[in-house]
Write a protein that binds this ligand. Sequence first.
Ligand code: UDP
Length: 330
Amino acid sequence: MNILVTGGLGFIGSHTVVELIESNHNVIIADNLSNSEIGVLDRIAQITNVKPKFYQINVTDKKAVEEIFKNNHIDGIIHFAGFKAVGESVENPLKYYHNNILSTIVLSELCLKYQVNKFVFSSSATVYGDQPSPLKEDMILLPTTNPYGETKAISERILKDISKANGNFSVCLLRYFNPVGAHKSSIIGENPKGIPNNLMPYITKVAKGDLPKLNIFGNDYDTSDGTGVRDFIHVVDLAKGHVKAIENMNSNVNIYNLGTGKGTSVLELVNAFIKCNNINIPYEIVERRPGDVAITFADASKAEKELGWKAELTIEDMVKNSWEYEKRLI
Ligand code: UDP
């Protein structure tokens, strides 16, 4: 298939591009480099021996996106491009609503106009709100605690409605849990700008000595060791889930959790990092972070049953690959 990947130079996008190419798909990337860098394109080429066609555009710019649709035959799109910093979304909600929702609308309009009938959307487990885990795809969606999460829930809703009204337009909503790790080549991975918000990039910066210590947000949750529990999934497994998803879109609306189905506590992850990489991570227990839930993990059985996809890489793979990648960054 010819697949347009928006945000294809970002963390999850770049790993998905690699897996698509390795499954013999032809990839076209649209990315405005707002949270990625152009060097990733060469590194994708280094891994796969294929340099995808690249458009440096903003996906909310309909005219620019239409040029891609006019000049390429596209069979399906995978839409990653979007802002994802939860805290920033609380401070600047309009930035998030404008960018994340308008991009979904622009791409959908062009899909209908150019008869592109496969749309895979990068959603998040945050749409479940604070419901007890394991989280299942048929649970109702609850309001999330921040505008970032709302943009995911609203985009899901928009895509479902469009699909209902347009018989041929198939959508796949992929709800991610906590992606970490990096490609085994160590040349692509997660490289957030500024001080990281997420746990794993924070740990790797502490390991490298760029940050003095990790703050663990609370050890008084009702969990085995008191720290939060999350479903960490290796980004390469997650990327492979996208390949399966776009290759198997068999109904109008397809919704899948992409997680491992297993919860790991913050402290367990930190200890696995220390042990596997043989490096110390100084940490301190601090106050809970507002908006955090105690436990989140997936019921990942639907993707396994319907797509034949299952996460295979372990917590050890995740902590090792994350550190290998970080060490190579200058
Ligand atoms: N966390 C932490 N210290 C950090 C960043 C995160 O203790 O510097 C915890 C956070 O409270 C949560 C877990 O790590 O329990 C995962 O947080 P992250 O921001 O990576 O992802 P989230 O689950 O919030 O989407």
